[in-house]
Design a binder for this molecule. Structure first.
Ligand SMILES: NC(=O)c1ccc[n+]([C@@H]2O[C@H](COP(=O)([O-])OP(=O)(O)OC[C@H]3O[C@@H](n4cnc5c(N)ncnc54)[C@H](O)[C@@H]3O)[C@@H](O)[C@H]2O)c1
Ligand SMILES: O=CCCC(=O)O
Length: 442
């Protein structure tokens, strides 16, 4: 599809908004609830579609569906809790209120790494708030989006409330621009890489749109000598190798304190050898699927080769495999001048850096333009608080490598984004607030 199709979808969404905004929160909640039930009933098929188009192991696809459907369920509930305010008035003749209303037609652009959940985390709250949606899923994963849309229709979502624009890589920029420049679209919600997020922010300036961005990360994963090493290794295994390392909150820089560096590396290497098996997503033994495409394999290999040529040592992996597979890789003696330290890796590469003091760890962790997720492992409760407060990231995992869930909030500081998804704040991006002053009262 192209920008002409996008214009038509925007028009449909605008017409549908006039009807949808008049529904009650309970009506919207009921439809979302039915959507949840249908997704659950069709979970196996949805998981197969996801594994077929994206490659992640079937068990992980089921996990993503549970996570993604969780957002629809959460926002079906939150739809009924959009409260306004009554402001105590300084004048007897005036009453002052704050109303919350749906912002209007929203444009959404989503990535391939979580083809289901990145849509439900946006479309769930938008539809709950009374907005309508024009969604452009990633080129590599359109089918999960279309399947979701089909189930939404069956759940009773009126035509025009959720519109999907699938397009080739050649048309993405044009479709994105059409969404951003359209005066009918009142909000853009994007999840993807930071450079594309910046383009959309710029393009949205001409219509002064509200923009929500979930951009890339460069997560530090700090392991202090006060940590329980088994817990920290479990944390890395979950954080780093979930989705074959293709998640924005994946541990990108594993920072380990000097005195436990060797012990930690031995323990991590052992677990990686035992637990990580690359292979077809439909083989129940596979825990690591392929990377999304040949370009992603190329990138991870360049990062590994760059680190090696600058003095890092490959302890495990470091080889491409047939197809788009890459061996789970562990490298030690990583330094701050290496590409794998400075760039988002988005692959199965555990890059381990050594630090000496707490001050150094905090400095290194925060010395990045990204601010999505950070992790700290320590059993010292004062240190937990100290570090959690000092980390300049929107999400902090303390002795936890998997912090994301529908009840929580998701989003980044610095260049990692604007706005928050999930949790009780997840509806805010889709609402306008209005101050009403009622005067002339007796
Ligand atoms: N912060 C988060 O919540 C979060 C979640 C998932 C992924 N991500 C980030 O996404 C990136 C990986 O995903 P990706 O490779 O699909 O990112 P990407 O930015 O290349 O693509 C994301 C989406 O943007 C579209 N797109 C690409 N160029 C565009 C343009 N010029 N105009 C409009 N749309 C355009 C793509 O078609 C896709 O739908 C990583 O950086 C990752 O950290 C962030
Ligand atoms: O890739 C980023 C999204 C992953 C998540 O929601 O945990």
């Amino acid at each position: 599809m192209n920008s002409g199709d996008t214009e038509r979808a925007i028009q449909c969404a605008a017409e549908a908004f006039e009807v949808w905004k008049e529904t009650t929160a309970k009506e919207r909640s009921n439809i979302l609830r039915r959507w949840v039930d249908l997704c659950n009933e069709n979970k196996e098929d949805l998981a197969k579609i996801l594994t077929l188009e994206m490659g992640k192991p079937l068990q992980e696809s089921i996990g993503e569906l549970n996570y993604g459907i969780g957002f629809l369920e959460w926002f079906a509930e939150e739809a009924r809790r959009v409260y306004g305010d009554i402001i105590p008035s300084p004048a007897k003749s005036k009453k002052m209120f704050v109303l919350k209303q749906p912002i209007g037609v929203t444009g959404m652009i989503t990535p391939w790494n979580f083809p289901h959940a990145m849509i439900t985390r946006k479309a769930g709250p938008a539809i709950a708030a009374g907005c309508t949606v024009v969604l452009k899923p990633a080129e590599d994963t359109p089918y999960s989006a279309l399947a979701l849309c089909e189930l939404a229709e069956k759940a009773g979502l009126p035509p025009g409330v959720l519109n999907v624009i699938t397009c080739s890589r050649d048309n993405s920029a044009e479709v994105g621009k059409t969404l951003c420049k359209s005066p009918t679209i009142k909000q853009i919600s994007f999840t993807g890489s930071t450079p594309v997020g910046k383009i959309l922010l710029e393009q949205s300036a001409s219509t002064v749109k509200k923009v929500s961005l979930e951009n890339g990360g460069n997560a530090p994963f700090i392991v202090f000598e006060t940590a329980d090493i088994d817990k920290a290794v479990t944390g890395v295994m979950g954080s780093k190798f979930r989705n074959t390392g293709q998640a924005c909150i994946c541990a990108n820089r594993i920072m380990v304190q000097d005195s436990i560096y060797e012990t930690f590396l031995d323990a991590l290497a052992k677990r990686m050898k035992q637990e990580l098996h690359i292979g077809d997503g439909f083989n129940p033994k596979s825990t690591q699927g392929p990377l999304i495409n040949a370009r992603a394999v190329e990138k991870i290999d360049h990062l590994v080769q760059d680190a090696k040529s600058n003095g890092a040592v490959i302890l495990l992996g470091g080889q491409r495999k047939e197809g788009n597979f890459y061996e789970p890789t562990l490298i030690r003696d990583v330094t701050t001048d290496m590409r794998c330290y400075n760039e988002e890796q988005f692959g199965p590469l555990a890059a381990v850096i050594r630090f000496k003091t707490e001050e150094e760890a905090i400095y290194l962790a925060n010395n990045t333009s990204s601010g999505l997720a950070g992790y700290v492992f320590t059993e010292n409760i004062s240190q937990m608080w100290r570090i959690a407060e000092k980390l300049e990231f929107g999400i902090v995992g303390v002795n936890e490598g998997l912090p994301a869930m529908p009840e929580a909030i998701f989003g980044g500081w610095k260049e990692s984004g604007l706005g928050r998804e999930g949790g009780k704040y997840g509806l805010e991006d889709y609402l306008e607030i209005k101050y009403v002053c009622m005067g002339g009262l007796e």
